[in-house]
Ligand binder design. Sequence first.
Ligand SMILES: *[C@@H]1O[C@H](CO)[C@@H](O)[C@H](O)[C@H]1NC(C)=O
Ligand SMILES: *[C@@H]1O[C@H](CO)[C@@H](O)[C@H](O)[C@H]1NC(C)=O
Ligand SMILES: *[C@@H]1O[C@H](CO)[C@@H](O)[C@H](O)[C@H]1NC(C)=O
Ligand SMILES: *[C@@H]1O[C@H](CO)[C@@H](O)[C@H](O)[C@H]1NC(C)=O
Ligand SMILES: *[C@@H]1O[C@H](CO)[C@@H](O)[C@H](O)[C@H]1NC(C)=O
Ligand SMILES: *[C@@H]1O[C@H](CO)[C@@H](O)[C@H](O)[C@H]1NC(C)=O
Ligand SMILES: *[C@@H]1O[C@H](CO)[C@@H](O)[C@H](O)[C@H]1NC(C)=O
Ligand SMILES: *[C@@H]1O[C@H](CO)[C@@H](O)[C@H](O)[C@H]1NC(C)=O
Ligand SMILES: *[C@@H]1O[C@H](CO)[C@@H](O)[C@H](O)[C@H]1NC(C)=O
Length: 582
Amino acid sequence: MDLGFFRFLCQAETRRLVSLLGITVALILVLQFSELPNSNFVSSLTARIKSFTIDSSSVNSTLEGNNVNVNLNASNSNSSDALQDISISPQTSSLENGEGIENVVNVSSPMVSVDGKDVNLTSQVNQSSLLAPQPMVPLSNGSFFDSKMYPKDGILESVEKMHSTMSNNKPKISKNSKRPSKVVPISEMNLMLQRSHASSQIVKPASSEAVSAEILRAKSEIENAPIVVNDSRLYSPLYRNVSMFRRSYELMEKMLKVYVYPDGDKPIFHEPLLDGIYASEGWFVKLMEGNKQFMTGDPEKAHLFYIPFSSRLLQLTLYVRNSHKRSNLIDYMKNYVDMIAGKYPFWNRTNGTDHFVVACHDWAPAETRGRMLNCIRALCNADIEVGFKIGKDVSLPETYIRSIENPIKNLGGNPPSQRPILAFFAGGLHGYVRPMLLKLWENKEPDMKISGPLPHVKGNTNYIELMKSSKFCICARGHEVNSPRVVEAIFHECIPVIISDNFIPPLFEVLNWESFAVFIKEGHIAYLRDILLAISEEKYLEMHKRVKKVQEHFLWHHEPVKYDLFHMLLHSIWYNRIFYTS
Ligand SMILES: *[C@@H]1O[C@H](CO)[C@@H](O)[C@H](O)[C@H]1NC(C)=O
Ligand SMILES: *[C@@H]1O[C@H](CO)[C@@H](O)[C@H](O)[C@H]1NC(C)=O
Ligand SMILES: *[C@@H]1O[C@H](CO)[C@@H](O)[C@H](O)[C@H]1NC(C)=O
Ligand SMILES: *[C@@H]1O[C@H](CO)[C@@H](O)[C@H](O)[C@H]1NC(C)=O
Ligand SMILES: *[C@@H]1O[C@H](CO)[C@@H](O)[C@H](O)[C@H]1NC(C)=O
Ligand SMILES: *[C@@H]1O[C@H](CO)[C@@H](O)[C@H](O)[C@H]1NC(C)=O
Ligand SMILES: *[C@@H]1O[C@H](CO)[C@@H](O)[C@H](O)[C@H]1NC(C)=O
Ligand SMILES: *[C@@H]1O[C@H](CO)[C@@H](O)[C@H](O)[C@H]1NC(C)=O
Ligand SMILES: *[C@@H]1O[C@H](CO)[C@@H](O)[C@H](O)[C@H]1NC(C)=O
């Protein structure tokens, strides 16, 4: 272990108590939902991570479906050590604070227990790499990534160099690359959704009493939805509650009216940008403004008001290169809202709660601050840490559109038997998670293709081919929590493995993500292989089937079709409009 790392740990120590507190809360929540007869985690050394739900047909279910429990068991029987084992990630969040303390963590070979079988994690993972500190050195320009610091084949060297830099400087963390101060596991996100959608006779105010009454009626009808036994179209394991979803979707088709503000100049407003990684917002603008069914010219009839801006075009139009200032972008949006609130009565009637935006650029959470926080915000950057409100805001799928003419070009992938690669990741080393991922897993196992960016090939055919031939596709966060890989994986029928703490997965209101995706905490990257190997062939096949079935919800079409991404997005906004109470 190098000296830099020791200092790194010392710095982390100040907030150790705070971190432990957070972890304690998380653990208690987790344990509450596990089958442990005695949930006293302090005496029990077993920390259960409920990272993924695999098969709802077997028993032992928590919120929905059945969990494969991966138990981390510290062989060294000391409870605080056990906690340390699983707190690698939150602990290191305290970098901002510089004070040092002595107590160095001693991680003793943690065990993973899968279906009662113990797996020694350190069989594959080098002990020291398990605790490897995250390279997080701020650069003078305020960002954390500089390709120059990552020579193609010298990543480890660069990481080492960064450690020593780190021990000499007190790093200041930029908002973008900051580790979360508290990790909210997906089980807790589910609870947050339940709480924010609590059943009641109350709905948020609407622009008119007639509309209010309609929404209340819709809510009641959805809550009393006829039970769907077998729907020929909707495969029930994919949904939180297929009966409610089907009813809500039907009512949306029948009732929903959206008023689109005509105000705002192109290109920031009304201009669809249809390709690239931020294309979701562009497709939504295009399809919404071209829609006859849901659009209304009569705002008195509207259930929802759409502010049709593009966060990407806002950035491209107004951001002054190298200015490192986005306050002018934030002001621009604030002025727009002030303008519509003054010009029309609608904003003031509901304080904006029936208004919505759809925005995919990284900065969209900042651009929709202030009074726009009252709106329903469909954001690609769906991060609890930057103010995403579960149950109100909608996680917008980030779709990387390579062909505007045919957004579903290359759809599909190999059948399970022709997927020799266990895990695949390739991409830039943005943020603090990916360097860690590579350090631990690049060139470690022949069936794990974990690497930096692939050589450029026309049409990215090499990348696509790897996604089509892999069982699991790693979706590790970059600077921000979201990544186009989540949808790409689904597109190519590869199980998404999401390594991005506090990322709310797309269409969270409706989809039972744990039934077709794997969630691994950032602090558990070292266990990646064990976790994936713990998924039996049978379970994998079931997940693969589910990914194929859920695919239709993530596709854009020039002419929208039932249950496609346009409709699913609109549905999630509608659903949250109806159910969000606080
Ligand atoms: C869950 O599994 C445990 C054994 O792992 C078993 O004792 C318990 O009865 C199961 N719970 C349910 C609800 O089936
Ligand atoms: C975890 O460790 C405790 C104490 O060493 C042991 O009794 C228990 O069986 C272990 N659990 C698993 C799942 O390995
Ligand atoms: C656990 O660790 C603490 C200090 O780190 C020590 O005082 C205590 O004796 C240990 N308990 C066991 C059971 O090893
Ligand atoms: C960590 O534990 C091992 C074995 O229990 C021990 O040999 C080693 O000295 C410990 N290291 C520290 C820093 O406590
Ligand atoms: C573990 O990693 C350290 C430093 O990265 C290295 O010196 C050591 O040889 C490695 N041990 C094994 C068993 O690979
Ligand atoms: C789904 O929702 C309906 C209507 O609220 C309810 O009756 C049913 O029990 C729910 N099903 C599940 C599996 O939660
Ligand atoms: C529902 O579908 C499953 C499989 O698709 C089938 O086995 C079952 O018989 C069906 N049940 C009903 C009531 O149609
Ligand atoms: C809405 O309220 C703001 C004050 O918050 C006020 O300036 C504005 O004129 C009001 N809009 C209308 C249409 O009355
Ligand atoms: C409207 O929202 C703002 C925050 O944007 C809040 O300060 C204000 O209290 C709200 N007004 C009402 C009437 O709820």
